[in-house]
Ligand binder design. Sequence first.
Ligand code: PLP
Length: 439
Amino acid sequence: MIDDAPASQALFDRARRVIPGGVSSPVRAFNAVGGTPRFIARAEGPYLIDADGRRLVDLVCSWGPMLLGHAHPQVIEAVGAAAARGTSYGTPTEPEVALAEEITARMPVERVRFTSSGTEATMSAIRLARGATGRDVVVKFAGCYHGHVDSLLASAGSGLATFAVPGTPGVPESSTALTLVLPYHDRDAVAAAFAEHGDRIACLITEAAPGNMGVITPDPGFNAFLAQTCREHGALFISDEVMTGFRASAQGYWGLESHEGWTPDLFTFGKVMGGGFPAAAFGGRADLMEQLAPLGPIYQAGTLSGNPVATTAGLATLQLATPEVYAHLDRVATTIKDAASAALAAAGVAHQVASAGTMFSIFLTDAPVRDFAGAQRTDVAAYGAFFHAMLEAGVYLPPSAFEAWFVSAAHDDDAVQVVLDALPGAAAAAARAQQGGAA
Ligand code: PLP
């Protein structure tokens, strides 16, 4: 690994003296791939410019939000005008109404409540589900991430229908004692959990398409099966579209499956709908959502929720997210994943390509990946070598083997060409790592 980033190194040294691990969110630290994280000084279109002045084609896009690319002129203009009018009032505003209208126009939700992060959105949706059903148990899938909510940072218990254990120190056992963690795609496990605990299950929450163990393409009908199972047992189905919403397609992953004839009771959104600002939301049917305070008894709140600058950025982003944008994303994603697959195949590296609309992942493993156990078979050392070779060639990939790759409307032919040119060398580096040689 060549690590020639002196300005990033100096910033990282400074950061580690005042910020744990030098980062504000762990995956940014490069622990999974080794080396020094790149500190980014600015970004434009498809590019990040790091503290050393190097331009990198960005295939992370802030972990999803930057659908239009960085510093899109119309978004920046709208944000600048909003900021000039004051950055927060703690009152209702027009931009939050307009963004809620835009979301309800695109998604099958009648009411939307804004939060500042996806974590708050999922936490609040679960509280609403529990309050509305009068039940306490939550079902989730191993490898699906819904933010750092205590009850969802849980690992499976010893049996499929046994309650979970804390997934991290600091989460008390009592917080996960009402969570069931099941293997993704395992219909039998879902049926068994509902057979045993059905009358206590408030909700099942799932990523509409998993993107946090790398992307996993849901089997056709799997989400419909989950929705149906919930309905049969009087539980609510929460589709977490924080990552996939307005990203996998114009209507998120639900849009790709809506022909299957099911609708979640509640959705959670984030990332793209905040246009690069801290904004997220949850939404659903009016009869459920109106159980929230101030109309109903279920408490939920936030000082900066629906912030006027953030909702202006989100609205500008969604208004610019036309069908042509998604068609472009689709083309760019297909070009990159096909080229990556071809380069890895030519280098003799076993791999799997998985997609959820315009999001995709490449797993370095020889078996199709259908769940967390399958994702964990990916060769992380080979990915590290691949990642660093791409970085050296000017491409910023997720610094972890278990993440989605994201493209934007700004990824033009020049940016894509940088990626295509980098792939054969990176595939060769992955092959060398697998053969035990120097990466
Ligand atoms: N849900 C999903 C599917 C996510 O991907 C994430 C974040 O990556 C979250 C929830 C949490 O969102 P946030 O990081 O904004 O708290």
